[in-house]
Design a protein around this ligand. Structure first.
Ligand SMILES: NC(=O)c1ccc[n+]([C@@H]2O[C@H](COP(=O)([O-])OP(=O)(O)OC[C@H]3O[C@@H](n4cnc5c(N)ncnc54)[C@H](O)[C@@H]3O)[C@@H](O)[C@H]2O)c1
Length: 431
């Protein structure tokens, strides 16, 4: 088996480390964050991802953790770059970590293949190769290997990927990179670097478009009396459309969709093309997060000042502690701006949320969040909220109003219990 290096021990990096070790490779994981590496060396895992801690522990003898870039680069013939590429204020992707990773490549070492897994704008591979050549690293080969995993099901997505995409201008290199995935029974698409880079953006932009589309349908359903859950089911039964990403809700968030849609818009704009559709996708998503405020006012009156609102779920989706671009951030901020008392609870995301929104009241359980609440908003559909004893919860709430931001609760059961239930694009069900 091969010895690999993974640069960046975040969500994508650690999943790559665990899965590549699972496939039998020896892996050296490098991160500039000494506290993360310290924790990993001590047997901890700095993020929550189902099965990740167990997989790292099970493959521990094939995994090394280091903060030393020179050691890391010298260790592996194949170097996966998994550093973050966050959005800049302009919407462009910030590639500073990619360049920092390149800066750290030692001058002298033998041939290796630099495989960029991070999501980078189309054309980045060409720029990196030009830079490597200028620095005298002509022996380093380059491949793009975009990652499609979803947080919450990341290991499963990696080991059973719908496809593995490898872009390299030398087909022999693409083939070598694809070989690293041997043991995973997924179709492999070998292509050029620019097309591989574009595939990642096109996928995320398309999925975000699907979400904004169904959210707009939901809003029209609310105005016309149709029910979006049935509409989506009917649409999804059409094989040309498919059922996925047709769940109406209070907008997409996370570390990928918002930044990748903005980055693709900028990539197009920077090349002289106006990608009109993406403007609408972004705007619909921003407005969707705020529509909850209108709904709360419809039920509680225009004055939200002093009203106690329970937010159930803060992470951008269930089974992750990631709050990057979570709908909860906009929603909680808007409610605080209206003068409401916002009580938030999440099974995993409390600590990170507290650092960016200290004005929210953080409570230790869903039950505590609902106590005395004038209304509750289901923001993230964690299973513990779906399984909650809602009859008991109703007794402790000041008013039995549930805004189901994910259409995940049992509306009929809640109405039977005497709740006012208001979903996204479903008919408001009164007591
Ligand atoms: N998170 C996802 O669900 C997901 C899915 C697919 C693709 N991606 C893409 O993968 C990339 C990584 O995303 P993530 O969510 O894992 O990010 P992350 O922020 O969780 O992790 C990035 C890690 O890289 C480290 N790092 C930064 N600069 C470094 C350097 N020069 N050397 C070594 N380590 C360095 C950071 O300390 C951090 O631990 C991004 O481009 C993202 O768009 C993410």
């Amino acid at each position: 088996m091969t010895r690999l290096t993974v640069v960046g021990a975040g969500y994508v990096g650690l999943v790559t480390v665990a899965c590549m070790a699972e496939l039998g490779h020896d892996v050296v994981a490098m991160d500039i964050d000494a506290s993360k590496i310290g924790l990993l060396r001590d047997g901890g895992v700095p993020i929550y991802e189902p099965g990740l801690a167990e997989s790292i522990a099970a493959n521990r003898e094939r995994i090394e953790f280091t903060t030393d870039p020179a050691y890391a680069y010298k260790s592996g013939n194949f170097v996966f770059v998994c550093v973050d590429t966050p959005p800049m204020p302009s919407g462009d992707a910030d590639l500073s970590r990619i360049w920092q990773a390149i800066d750290n490549i030692p001058a002298d070492e033998g041939t290796h293949v630099l495989i960029v897994k991070s999501t980078v704008p189309v054309g980045t591979g060409a720029l990196v190769r030009a830079e490597l050549a200028q620095r005298g690293h002509r022996h380093i080969r380059y491949a793009s290997n975009p990652e499609f995993l979803r947080e919450g099901t990341a290991l499963e997505d990696f080991m059973h990927a719908d496809r593995v995409v490898v872009g390299a201008d030398d087909p022999g290199i693409a083939e070598q990179v694809a070989q690293l995935y041997q043991g995973i029974e997924s179709p492999v698409l070998l292509t050029d670097v620019a097309s591989a880079e574009m595939i990642k953006y096109a996928c995320n932009a398309f999925l975000a478009t699907k979400i904004s589309f169904i959210n707009e349908i939901a809003n029209v359903c609310e105005a016309t009396g149709a029910d979006v859950t049935v509409v989506a089911r009917g649409m999804g039964m059409d094989k040309r459309i498919g059922p996925h990403f047709l769940q109406a809700g209070i907008g997409y968030g996370g570390s990928c969709f918002p930044k990748d849609v903005s980055a693709l818009k900028q990539i197009a704009g920077n090349s002289g093309y106006h990608f009109q559709l993406l403007n609408a996708v972004i705007e619909v998503n921003e407005l969707q997060k705020r529509r909850v405020i209108g709904k709360l006012k419809r039920h509680l009156g225009d004055q939200l000042r002093g009203k106690r609102i329970a937010l159930l779920g803060l992470s951008f989706k269930p089974n992750t502690d990631d709050i990057r671009q979570a709908s909860s951030i906009i929603l909680a901020s808007r409610l605080l701006a209206e003068g409401a008392e916002v009580r938030g609870y999440d099974p995993l995301a409390m600590e990170s949320m507290r650092t960016i929104l200290p004005a929210m009241t953080y409570v230790p359980s869903a039950t505590a969040a609902l106590e005395g609440a004038d209304a509750c908003v289901l923001v993230t559909e964690w299973s513990e909220f779906l399984e909650l004893d809602w009859a008991l919860a109703k007794e402790s709430m000041a008013r039995p109003i549930v805004i189901d931001g994910r259409n995940a609760l049992d509306a009929a059961a809640l109405v039977d219990m005497g709740f006012v239930y208001d979903g996204v694009g479903t008919r408001v069900k009164l007591e």
